[in-house]
Write a protein that binds this ligand. Structure first.
Ligand SMILES: Nc1ncnc2c1ncn2[C@@H]1O[C@H](COP(=O)(O)OP(=O)(O)OP(=O)(O)O)[C@@H](O)[C@H]1O
Ligand SMILES: O=P(O)(O)O[C@H]1[C@H](OP(=O)(O)O)[C@@H](OP(=O)(O)O)[C@@H](O)[C@@H](O)[C@@H]1OP(=O)(O)O
Ligand SMILES: [Mg+2]
Ligand SMILES: [Mg+2]
Length: 308
């Protein structure tokens, strides 16, 4: 269905080359332009106020020059929505403030794994967490290192880690993670393969720490339980919806996803383990129409983009 009733909306985007390659794909450009939305590349090194004109700005850049550029533009164009405000994005760039948003929601049968922040990797003798643990860099800033995770099986595994980091209890969850993609009014829950469960019997044979890249061998080495991916039930739609609405309000974000796991010890319970600003929507079926509808809603102001 094409929409030629009005002048197309100009959406300026500022993304890393990798993000541009995976997200600004021909299918999105053509669907959007057939539905009254034109996506135009911004040169983040030049003043935003000298580019455009734009009806909306979409970005996923974190450097301070870009933040200042965006600030200058926003102060002169208070009515042009920006997806998303750096203040909202920053909440997700720290893995403690990220999950504190979930705890604040106090939604029944939801929570986050027990976790602590480690600023230096010495004096960890009286850790009040149960092994196995997952060590995650405290900064979830999109860098390669921000995704370098380690499974920690015992106290020796805590050596050679690089602080600051978050130590989170590993929760057995049947080897399936649920990823909930949110784009304004739209949300969709998908299943993804996850780390296999680590039973008590297996844990006694696992020593030290293991970077994720090797963890997928755990099942091959008999280290993890088989996971019944296809048969794994989705979480209750009502619970997912509550989390979506609560996180949208708490984060003041409309373009994010979050990872949820079912607690292996209490199947009614769901734990949010990660929240990501502007994730890989192109992996989602029909992402072209989802993103185009979302952008139109933002320009129409049917969706409040935080401060704008
Ligand atoms: N506390 C936990 N218990 C069990 N499994 C976990 C836990 N935390 C993370 N995992 C597993 O590790 C994977 C990566 O963790 P997480 O999503 O926090 O890292 P990330 O680098 O932010 O990943 P993404 O690419 O989704 O941003 C999860 O999808 C899940 O499979
Ligand atoms: O590109 P991909 O499909 O891997 O998308 C991933 C996205 O990378 P990109 O934004 O650079 O594309 C990641 O962003 P950073 O944390 O690294 O900033 C993060 O949001 C992941 O959760 C996304 O994976 P998904 O949750 O959708 O499976
Ligand atoms: Mg994740
Ligand atoms: Mg993440």
């Amino acid at each position: 269905m094409s929409n030629l009733s009005s002048k197309p909306y100009q959406i300026g985007y500022a993304l890393t080359p990798k993000k541009e390659q995976t997200f600004i794909v021909p299918s999105l450009l053509s669907y959007a332009s057939q539905n009254g939305v034109v996506l135009t590349k911004i040169d983040p090194t030049k003043p935003l106020i000298q580019q455009g004109p734009f009806d909306c700005i979409l970005h996923k850049l974190y450097d301070s020059d870009w933040k200042q550029n965006l600030q200058d533009f926003a102060s002169r164009n208070p009515n042009i929505p920006i997806i998303a405000s750096p203040e909202s994005i920053d909440i997700l760039r720290n893995r403690i403030s990220m999950l504190e948003t979930v705890s604040k929601l106090k939604i029944n049968n939801t929570g986050v794994p027990k976790q602590i922040t480690i600023t230096e990797v010495t004096g960890l003798e009286n850790l009040k967490l149960n092994f196995p643990l997952i060590a995650k860099p405290l900064d979830a800033d999109g860098s390669e290192t921000s995704h370098k995770l380690h499974l920690i099986f015992d106290k020796d595994g805590l050596n050679n880690l690089t602080a600051p980091l978050v130590l989170q209890e590993f929760v057995n969850h049947g080897g399936v993670v649920f990823k909930v993609y949110v784009a304004g009014k739209y949300f969709r829950c998908v299943k993804r393969k996850s780390l296999p469960d680590i039973s008590e019997e297996k844990l006694v044979n696992l020593k030290g720490s293991l970077p994720f890249s090797q963890v997928s061998n755990l099942a091959a080495a008999g280290g993890g339980e088989g996971c019944k991916f296809e048969k794994t039930e989705m979480p209750p739609e009502s619970l997912v919806k509550e989390l979506v609405e609560g996180l949208k309000e708490e984060l003041r974000l409309n373009l994010f996803n979050f990872d949820v796991i079912r607690d292996g010890k209490n199947k009614e319970n769901y734990l949010v383990i990660d929240i990501n600003y502007f994730p890989g929507y192109a992996k989602m079926p029909d992402f072209e129409s989802v993103i185009t509808d979302f952008l139109r809603d933002v320009v129409h102001k049917d969706i409040n983009c935080g401060d704008n």
